[in-house]
Structure formats: structure tokens, C-alpha cells
Write a protein that binds this ligand. Structure first.
Ligand code: NI
Length: 311
């Protein structure tokens, strides 16, 4: 048996202007809000990919390109063509539905923010995890199955055989990130609310963290609740992942971590601070990601955080 893996990948769909999570007032408060898009905006999406060299070391890098390629999984999203764009939107909507159905905390937090802030939320990014290369036993017979990563994300299914509990445990000892991917596949790892685009008093991350905490949701405390980039301009926090019962192939059913929701506030770059609020656009703000922040945010699915008593 070979469970060798050579690191995980993260693919991030950075789409601050494209995705708006809109609450429909005709539906009940707890109904699923529908995802809609700003039609006048460019179809460019940004996907950044990065390789996790070890389970403690991850980097996010942001690349802006119309043809966005998600990591090395051949998950290609060509948003330059109209047809592909609508397909992309449908796919994102399906991924989002799987994500919200499986993660009651993420859904509850989104509902809560919508209830306070009005009827729409902008996403900062969607993130996925994939294997860098191999968990040989599971991936060896798949051939080009990784090509179907995007489809698997929309359906919420694995593209490899259901793993055994013993394999899961063995992998988890080496890397919790890889073990997460073994049971969650290419489903959305987290969705991120763009905090500075909220309109109400929770439109800054400290107030939002306080509010979320007050409502009884556990925030990831790794390195402190608030993760701040060295330049002080990218502020992030996240909930702790929900757990779900996974039925392993050897008949064992055990809880495994699923996904979480993240919050990101991007402050205005120093050269633009003289602009008025109305003049400030997304490109006037801090872009990209930060390794130090990402490392800590990724602990949201760790057993340390999941089993931690609420702070
Ligand atoms: Ni993220």
C-alpha cells in the first residue's frame, strides 16, 4: 500500500467583483439565498494556485489572467467566452450549494451577516484544495480524473474510491490537509466574505469578529483571531470548520472536518488614502494573499481548532 503524497495544492478563485450573494426578501430568512452576478462587470476571474510544501507551509500567489487555470489539476475555467462564462457561473452556484448544504455554520453565518447588512454579500474568493501529486492507492487508476475536478466540486463527490478509515488516519498523521482532501475531494474548502464591502457597522473585521463570536460561533484562534499581513493591509479571520460523519469503505463512520467560512478586509493602499469613500474601488485596495495569514487560516480544519473549547 502506498499513501505517499507530495504535498497539497490550493487553488483560489479570486473574484471580488463577480460574485454577489443576494438575499431575496420574498423568501423566508432561513431559505437559501441565491447567488447572482453583476452582469456589467468583466468576466475576468482570477485564480491563484500555490503548492503546499509541507503541511505548515503554504503560499498564496495571485495571478490575473482571463484564462484561469486552477493549480495542476487541469481545472480550466475559460471565462473569456460568453458560453463558458455562464457555465462557470452555474458551476460556482452548484459548488456554493454543496458548500452551504454541508456546512451549517457557514450558512448560518452568511444568513446572519445578510440579516444585519442588507440583501447582498460580495465574496472575496473561493478556495479549493487538491493533491499536488499522489495518494497513490487512490489516485493511481484515475488517469485523467483530475480533469473532472470542477465537475466533482459542483456535485460534491469524490473522484476516487471511498477511502478506508485506516488510510485516512495514516494520512492524517502525516498531514491533516491531505487527509481533509482525501475525504472532501474537490469540494469548496472555504468561501470568503469581502468585509470592506459590507455596508453596515459590521463592515470592518474587528466588529464582524466580535459580532460573530457574540452569536456563539467559534472563530479560528490560531495565532490570534485576527490575522494581519506584515504591511497591515490584509486582515483575515475565519470560523472553525464544521464536522460531518463520513462513511469509510471499511464500515467505520467517524466525524471528519468539512469546510469553514472566512472573512477578509482589504484596506486602501497608502497612495490612495486621500480618495473619498465613493471614489475608492477594489483595485485601490490591498490585493493578493499572505503566507503567514494563510498558514493560520488553514488551521480552521485542524483537529486542534475543531476540538478546542469555544473562546
Ligand atoms: Ni482564503
Amino acid at each position: 500500500m502506498s499513501l505517499i503524497y507530495d504535498g497539497c495544492m490550493e487553488a483560489v478563485v479570486r473574484a471580488p467583483a463577480m460574485f454577489i450573494f443576494r438575499f431575496s426578501p420574498t423568501k423566508s430568512f432561513h431559505s437559501l439565498p441565491s447567488l447572482s452576478f453583476l452582469p456589467q462587470l468583466s468576466s475576468r476571474s482570477i485564480i491563484s494556485s500555490s503548492k503546499v510544501l509541507s503541511h505548515r507551509s503554504i503560499s498564496h500567489r495571485s495571478h490575473s489572467r482571463a484564462m484561469a487555470v486552477g493549480s495542476q489539476t487541469n481545472m480550466i475555467v475559460d471565462t473569456s467566452a460568453k458560453g463558458a462564462e455562464s457555465l462557470f457561473r452555474m458551476a460556482v452556484r452548484s459548488m456554493e450549494k454543496v458548500y452551504l448544504d454541508r456546512n451549517p455554520t457557514a450558512k448560518a453565518v452568511l444568513d446572519l451577516v445578510l440579516s444585519v447588512d442588507g440583501n447582498q454579500i460580495c465574496y472575496d474568493h473561493f478556495a479549493f484544495r487538491t493533491f499536488g501529486a499522489v495518494i497513490k492507492k487512490y489516485v493511481k487508476n484515475l488517469g485523467n480524473a483530475n480533469r473532472y475536478a470542477a465537475l466533482a466540486s459542483t456535485l460534491g463527490c469524490l473522484t476516487w474510491e471511498t477511502p478506508s478509515y485506516s488510510d485516512y488516519q495514516q494520512l492524517a498523521r502525516e498531514s491533516e490537509y491531505a487527509a481533509w482532501t482525501l475525504v472532501n475531494g474537490f469540494t469548496v474548502n472555504h468561501v470568503t466574505i469581502s468585509v470592506h464591502r459590507l455596508k453596515s457597522q459590521i463592515g470592518n473585521i474587528k466588529s464582524l469578529n466580535h459580532f460573530i463570536n457574540e452569536q456563539g460561533f467559534k472563530l479560528n484562534s490560531e495565532g490570534g483571531i485576527l490575522k494581519v499581513s506584515p504591511d497591515g493591509l490584509l486582515l483575515q479571520s475565519s470560523t472553525v470548520a464544521d464536522s460531518t460523519i463520513f462513511n469509510f469503505s471499511d464500515g467505520v463512520s467517524e466525524p471528519v472536518p468539512c469546510s469553514y467560512i472566512e472573512f477578509a478586509e482589504r484596506l486602501v493602499l497608502p497612495q490612495y488614502t486621500k480618495l473619498t469613500n465613493e471614489e475608492i474601488k477594489e483595485f485601490h485596495r490591498r490585493d493578493g494573499f499572505e503566507v503567514g495569514n494563510a498558514d493560520k487560516i488553514f488551521e480552521s480544519t485542524s483537529m486542534d481548532q475543531i476540538t478546542r473549547k469555544a473562546a
